[in-house]
Design a protein around this ligand. Structure first.
Ligand SMILES: Nc1nc2c(c(=O)[nH]1)N[C@H]1C(S)=C(S)[C@@H](COP(=O)(O)OP(=O)(O)OC[C@H]3O[C@@H](n4cnc5c(=O)[nH]c(N)nc54)[C@H](O)[C@@H]3O)O[C@H]1N2
Ligand SMILES: Nc1nc2c(c(=O)[nH]1)N[C@H]1C(S)=C(S)[C@@H](COP(=O)(O)OP(=O)(O)OC[C@H]3O[C@@H](n4cnc5c(=O)[nH]c(N)nc54)[C@H](O)[C@@H]3O)O[C@H]1N2
Ligand SMILES: [Mo]
Length: 821
């Protein structure tokens, strides 16, 4: 296999010089646009990696990964089906009832999927009229436009920026704080380690592989999660997992995966699984701390020099404070399901030599999700290896290429937000009438249900605004938010919901006005090649014209701004290619003298400019080197094992140091498990990016079970319920019910089932507690804030029961668009 490495070797002395020449792809892979008798091959980039597409007669005939992708994802095979999905939004549409009566329309019928086709002019007039009405009558607190979502990639067509810029040129609106990915982690870690850590570059893999003796993957499945990236993914880290597999095989490195499930990563690299009961990492970690401390395996010098607040924490562990319970392995074992001896041996193993801890994010997407992250930092501090190559802790090596030594190059910026350009909004009313202008993102349903109510958040009190209208673009809240039955009631509070999407998602089904955007494959754009690796810049070439009546988000919002005479300011008078060129030229100037980039025309012709990898790098090495000069961003500058700041907030669900707190509901003997004995983990899909590509019919058919989303279940749990492989089952709890297709697998232990998030929601009808016909796990998940600190999603705190479905199986309603009238 010819890799990028081989190619870079061929560029001779480039690596010695600070001034790097443009390294364009080999001719074989560099054909941004190559005519063949059978059509034209065009290059583009995507969350799934760089691709080439064969375009014939105005149609995408074939899509394949770019030739030198070292580890292409199978998901590339779903792209064609995404473009030509029967679930595309074809025309601007309005919900039938809403079109007649607007704010006075019946809202209980939302979700019945009956819509009326409109012209673009009609639709955009309605959109503008509603926004104006809401802002005039309710001020900025009436409009929720703060979006969070995995819009398709491309810097110019970043649809969320388009919406934000256009809407804020008219007036203010309620914004969101945080995200669903790492809400608890990104809130707690700045108090403990001084930065979010979750979005920080991590120690480079070559240094980990050369120095670590033990690598722990904790709730982390990088082989699955690295298939996609925030910008065009390069899949560079996969080479390191192959090297790790070899080192494990030869006994040079031992790798352990702390996970209830046998993961893709464990299987690929040959890691050992350390089984743990779901949501019980904290008692396990407290017992590890107990063993390290009582056996004198902790690094006292590191703790004295680099940390604060060990004493109150260890007093809690030793049972000398608060609950008076000593957190021994004997105490933890029955809770976490890890035998006493295994806990002790694991603690000794961690302390015996260089140990790299690598955490995933799922374990903080649960109630009290801050605690396992804080505990991870404390274990790492007790081991005293933070800042050493192959030691310490990472919270990000499964994300967007982190761990590849980044080039130092500047990457293309995005289409600018209003704030950047100083355009005065039409309406300058910034009076939120006593309410907060920003709400924690995962509490928006709570906000709709309690206008004027308050909620604690990270040291502040948030007062919920009285929201009347919501605009969603580049996100799919009827996939991403928890407890859809509760959502369906809560959104009745909204007078108007506008959804802008290329796919007829459940969010469109529950909206009043739906505008058809085109996909990224129907527009020209530019993107970073490699999100964190900064490996280059890629041209995203339009493959085909926008399908049906769809338009680019840029066009949609240009026409929208025309309705209040801000079109010129919005577009700057530039068209798509002028914008793309300008983003390229800005990047080229920023890199001048360091990374040479060719003229725009040459770049566009060739498709990619590549930059050489940077020097391998160790996270926190500078802090270790001099903790006073390179102090952390915590209040004290040191690692805070206990936090006075958090302690002073006085929260009952996140205190001065980490603690074990029982969950509202938990399997394996926890609360509620007698009635609902199965833990439902809604991890990120191996075959999708969230809900994106679920609508790709031929691709979905490769994994669906009798047209339903798979539910993975242990064979004994299935047998106890009379369920066989391939059966349609009903998964339920007191919040909701869904159908899914059983896949029996020994990878899942007793009491644990998985349905991947992003399965499209297809309720049988608009009635309360309607059966979901395809299998969206968020039909049954719990919607509570992780704690008063982060108010993050608790999606993984969810228990259910399942049974073989009896009776007539309803048709899947999730796909295929609206029932037009
Ligand atoms: N139960 C459970 N729920 C979860 C999670 C979990 O682990 N478990 N994970 C959470 C996490 S971490 C995340 S990040 C969220 C993800 O939640 P989202 O980001 O909302 O999920 P996506 O499916 O990526 O939704 C993107 C939507 O934008 C549309 N779109 C894409 N590109 C464009 C564009 O250019 N223009 C327009 N107008 N629309 C576009 C797509 O068609 C799609 O409908 O889900 C969260 N929800
Ligand atoms: N293929 C693919 N890759 C993706 C995405 C995608 O949609 N598809 N989405 C991207 C995004 S937006 C995000 S936020 C990241 C998400 O990245 P993560 O949140 O890290 O990924 P998950 O797949 O949800 O979970 C990883 C592992 O955590 C384990 N786990 C869950 N709960 C517990 C627990 O209580 N204790 C322990 N010890 N282990 C537990 C699961 O069994 C699983 O093996 O992935 C990114 N990568
Ligand atoms: Mo995410």
């Amino acid at each position: 296999m010819s890799t990028r490495r081989d190619f870079l070797k061929g560029t001779g002395a480039a690596g010695l010089s600070a001034l790097l020449g443009p390294s364009l792809l080999q001719p074989a892979a560099a054909r941004a646009e190559q005519l063949t008798s059978a059509g034209v091959w065009k290059t583009s980039g995507s969350h799934w990696g760089a691709i080439e597409a064969l375009v014939k007669g105005g149609q995408v005939a074939e899509v394949r990964p770019l030739a030198d992708d070292p580890h292409p994802t199978n998901m590339v095979n779903g792209i064609q089906g995404l473009i030509y999905s029967p679930s595309r939004v074809r025309y601007p549409m309005a919900r039938a009832e809403w079109l007649d009566k607007r704010k006075d329309a019946d809202r209980t019928s939302r979700g019945d999927n009956r819509f009326v086709r409109l012209t673009w002019d009609e639709a955009l007039d309605l959109f503008f009229e509603e926004m104006e009405r809401v802002q005039v009558s309710h001020g900025p607190s009436g409009l929720y436009a703060g979006a969070t979502g995995w819009r398709q990639t491309g810097q110019f067509h970043s649809c969320i920026n388009h919406m934000n810029r256009a809407v804020s040129m008219y007036g203010g609106y309620v914004k969101k704080a945080g995200d669903y990915s790492t809400g608890a982690g990104q809130t707690i870690l700045p108090y403990v380690l001084g930065s979010t850590e979750v979005y920080s570059q991590g120690t480079s893999w070559p240094l980990i592989l050369d120095n670590a003796k033990t690598i722990v993957f904790w709730a982390n499945d990088p082989l699955k999660n690295l298939q996609v990236g925030w910008t065009c993914e390069t899949h560079e880290p996969f080479e390191y997992f192959d090297q790790l597999r070899d080192k494990i095989a030869s006994g040079e490195i031992r790798s352990i995966s702390v996970d209830p499930v046998r993961t893709k990563t464990q299987k690929h690299i040959g890691a050992e699984q350390l089984y743990i009961n779901p949501m019980t990492d904290v008692p396990f970690m407290l017992a590890l701390a107990h063993t390290l401390h009582t056996e004198g395996l902790h690094d006292q010098e590191f703790l004295s020099v680099y940390t604060l607040g060990y004493e109150p924490f260890i007093a809690y562990v030793m049972g000398e404070a608060e609950d008076g319970v000593e957190k021994t392995p004997e105490w933890a074992a029955p809770i976490c399901g890890v035998p006493v001896d295994t806990i002790k041996e694991f603690a000794r193993l961690l302390a015996s030599d260089r140990t790299q801890l690598i955490f995933g994010w799922s374990v903080q997407r649960q109630q009290h999700g801050e605690q396992p992250y804080w505990m991870g930092a404390i274990i790492a501090a007790m081991l005293g290896q933070i800042g050493l190559p192959g030691g310490g802790i990472s919270y990000s090596h499964h994300y967007s290429g982190i761990g590849v030594a980044p080039s130092g190059a500047s990457m293309p910026g995005a289409f600018p937000l209003n704030l950047d350009i100083g355009v005065d909004p039409v309406r300058t009313d910034d009076n939120f009438m006593g309410a907060s202008s920003t709400i924690p993102v995962a509490r928006w349903i709570d906000c709709l249900m309690n206008p004027g109510g308050t909620v604690e958040h990270n040291g502040h009190t948030v007062t919920y605004p009285d929201i009347r209208m919501a605009i969603f673009t580049g996100c799919n809240p009827f996939h991403h938010h928890q407890d859809h039955n509760k959502m369906r009631v809560a959104i009745q509070k909204l007078e108007t919901i506008v959804a802008i999407d290329y796919a007829w998602t459940a969010t469109c089904r529950h909206a009043d006005l739906v505008l058809p955007a085109c996909t990224q494959f129907e527009r020209n754009d530019i993107d970073s090649y490699g999100s964190y690796s900064r490996s280059g810049v890629i041209a995203m070439k339009k493959l085909v014209d926008p399908l049906f009546h769809s338009k680019t988000d840029f066009e949609i919002f240009s026409l929208f701004c025309k309705r209040f005479d801000r079109e010129e300011e919005y577009t700057r008078g530039w068209d798509e290619m002028e914008w793309v060129k300008s983003l390229y030229e800005t990047t080229r100037s920023a890199n001048e003298g360091s990374y040479e980039m060719p003229s725009f025309d040459e770049f566009w012709e060739k498709g990619i400019v590549r930059f050489e990898r940077g020097e391998p790098w160790v996270r926190h090495a500078d802090f270790r080197d001099d903790p006073e000069i390179n102090a952390l961003g915590t209040p004290s500058g040191f690692i805070e094992i206990s936090s006075r700041t958090i302690g002073n907030y006085g929260y009952d669900d996140c205190g001065e140091h980490p603690k074990w707190m029982e969950k509202i509901e938990r399997s394996h003997g926890g609360p509620g498990s007698e009635k609902f004995p199965l833990w439902l983990q809604s991890c990120h899909p191996d075959q999708r990016l969230h809900s994106q590509m679920c609508e790709s019919d031929p691709y979905r058919a490769t994994y669906a079970v009798k047209d339903r989303e798979p539910v993975y279940v242990n064979p004994e749990d299935a047998a106890e319920r009379g369920i066989e492989d391939g059966d349609i089952v009903r998964v339920f709890n007191d919040r909701g019910q869904l159908l899914a297709g059983a896949v029996l697998s020994e990878d899942y232990p007793r009491g644990v089932i998985r349905i991947h998030e992003g399965a499209w929601y297809g309720p049988v009808d608009a009635s309360p507690n309607a059966l979901d016909t395809y299998g969206d796990p968020n039909t049954v998940t719990l919607d509570v804030g992780a704690s008063k600190l982060s108010q993050a999603t608790s999606a993984n705190t969810c228990i259910v029961e399942m049974e073989k479905f009896k009776g007539e199986v309803p048709q899947v309603t999730a796909f295929g668009g609206p029932t037009s009238i």
